[in-house]
Design a protein around this ligand. Structure first.
Ligand SMILES: [Zn+2]
Length: 176
């Protein structure tokens, strides 16, 4: 039987092996020097028992269930946020960069934004310079609005025509 002196160094080595000893049931057989130290050193044995008790508590721990109103309130908050979104993507990005980043990060962000603006402006200028685009192409929304406007004015003209013809028909002619 090999007896090992319980030096501080041995206890330190033993402590580093305690988690493995706890989680691996075959670890003690593979490392007999640790098991032997545990048998002879009371502090290390107590340490091991406390660690095992802690792990047992963790095994029994169950995360508490969220309150039954959690989902409802979360969805209400999400709907509010979605309803509050029409702020403009650029504004949101700007406020995110200004308020959500660290103070030391802001100059870098401002510099990056300046670079993006400069590059974007240069490319737009280059585009106009090379292709000579004088009138910007109207977007599809603008086209839709024009079509709608045309429809409305056509309806109004039709209505005026009908009113005039109806007025002529129903014009009461005083006949005496
Ligand atoms: Zn020890």
């Amino acid at each position: 039987m090999m007896t090992e002196p319980n030096t501080t160094k041995n206890c330190k080595t033993c402590h580093t092996h305690l988690p493995d000893l706890l989680l691996d049931s075959e670890y003690a057989a593979a490392h007999p020097e640790i098991a032997g130290h545990m048998d002879t050193c009371t502090p290390c044995r107590e340490e091991f028992n406390e660690l095992r008790a802690t792990y047992a508590l963790l095994d029994d721990f169950r995360a508490p269930e969220p309150s039954p109103f959690f989902d409802t309130r979360l969805h209400a908050r999400l709907r509010e946020e979605v309803a509050a979104q029409p702020e403009g993507m650029w504004e949101r990005m700007r406020s995110f960069l200004l308020f959500s980043t660290g103070r030391s990060f802001r100059p870098a962000v401002a510099g990056a934004l300046a670079v993006v603006l400069a590059v974007g402006g240069a490319s737009v200028a280059g585009l106009h310079g090379f292709r000579g685009i004088a009138a910007p192409q109207p977007s599809s929304a603008v086209n839709d609005l024009k079509v709608l406007d045309n429809n409305v004015s056509a309806e109004q003209q039709m209505g005026q025509l009908l009113d005039q013809s109806g007025a002529e028909d129903e014009d009461p002619q005083p006949s005496t």
